[in-house]
Ligand binder design. Sequence first.
Ligand code: NDP
Length: 248
Amino acid sequence: MSLKDKVVVIMGASSGIGAATGSLLAQRGAKLSLAARRLDRLTEIKQGNPEAEIEVFQADVTKKKDVQAVIDGTVAAFGRVDVIFNNAGIMPVNNLDQVAHDEWQQMLDINVKGVLNGIAAALPVMKQQKSGHVITTSSVLGYEVLLGYAAYSGTKYAVRAIMEGLRQEEHANNIKTTIIAPGSVKTELFNSINNEAVKSGLENAMKQPGSEMFALDAEEIAQAVAFVIDTPANMAVNEMVIRPTQQE
Ligand code: NDP
């Protein structure tokens, strides 16, 4: 089955990588369910792609009933779920000595529990179909720890572990798994940074070739996601690390 016929659910589709992926897959003829908390943004993507079959869902990935409703709504609309892209995430950067309990809780709930909620909702459908593809956005910070990113990195290492476990459990059931691990990408992710000094420092670094944060466009990550979805049935790209060429 080519990308054109696939039913793809994107969690965290309202901006950045998720929105760019939604638009690209819509142009390539996939049937889409777009989910996030900002329904107005999802509706804009749907209106911007009038030729495409798109369902939109207001959903908070930390709430399992919201995520279940996205999967149930997708099956009701399109009859199957070929791909779930667990992409929702936040990155409130802070050193651990800031004891940011609320940020930690929110980040664990969205970046880790949100991924588990997506897997839990989609897996029964995929197992029944005897095919499926779970794609999850980790990060280069799921492979290395940068000063100041300990808690965020922890969530992204966790996501890699969960996805490798899923691969071991479900590959025999014809379910593909892919970890997408971007380096720096120009998106709204920095809006979740509450520490203003950290935020402005990072925003400047994103524009400097050779810096740790020199950034790609979200559309470039979307191309990578489209590529892994469009692979032949017998081929799974399990991990893809994508850095800007000049990122440190
Ligand atoms: P954005 O902030 O642009 O996008 C984040 C998306 O996550 C939005 O659609 C947002 O939607 C959604 N989201 C956040 N919280 C929730 C929630 N509780 N329920 C549902 N959706 C939620 O940033 P990016 O596109 O950069 O982020 C996408 C992923 O990429 C994240 O997992 C991030 O960690 C990862 N990443 C990003 C990198 C970068 O440099 N930008 C690098 C490496 C990884 P809404 O607020 O409407 O709910």
